[in-house]
Ligand binder design. Sequence first.
Ligand code: MG
Ligand code: MG
Length: 274
Amino acid sequence: MSGIIIKSAEQIEIMRESALMVSRTLGIVAGAVKPGVTTLELDKIAEEFIRDNGGIPGFLGLYDFPNTLCMSPNAQIVHGIPNNTPLVEGDIISVDCGVLKNGYYGDHAYTFEVGEVAPETKKLIEVTKESLYEGIRAFKVGNRVGDVGFAIQNYCEKHGYGIVRELVGHGLGMEMHEEPEMPNYGRRGRGKKFVEGMVVAIEPMVNMGTHRINQLKDGWTILTKDNKPSVHFEHDIAIVNGKPELLSTFKYVDEALGNVFTTEDEFRADASKI
Ligand code: MG
Ligand code: MG
């Protein structure tokens, strides 16, 4: 398959359902993240929730990935495999989840704090999350792929953080990974042009130290070369009326964590749709 696949208004509404199922799954996981829980236990909770609600885990079996969630603690960036190691106070855990429903994928991610984490790690989480919204603001008709990458990179590098180069966001639809690739780095005005009806996953992966990576021998887990922490947030966004329309939401995570939910209002035409 080649080329960007534009979605109709009806398809975008179907995709919103898939995205929101991931959002609700992340909300369930948020309520269960605590010291002592294993990433495999969290994976089971997520798989059960998705199946109970008429979805199919989107990652399970995709490229032969063995689980429902990618679980990447601390220095792991993405694609970590759930296991029996309990999370401990001070850890961070990046949780990436995909769902297939009605033939369309949802795909988004959140990095959780386990108990109290170090202030410098908290800062990395805050900056990465804000960089995601900076990127989303640039996803609009008239802009190009490089504008989103530039917005994310510029925001994060001001704080001295490393932007992972090897892994990128992507178009989303009936395939988990469609065109275009959406790097978290780039130059303004470069790359493919955004048009009405595009749907993408934007997903900054931001390292406290070097942007360089290693991969574990399991063939999956990507981690930082300097073993410093890395953070990952991901949202699904459509272009509607020329502007970014968020299909996924962190509302359910914020509710589970007792956070105030405000950040996303500018990216959703109808607040009742979440
Ligand atoms: Mg993705
Ligand atoms: Mg993802």
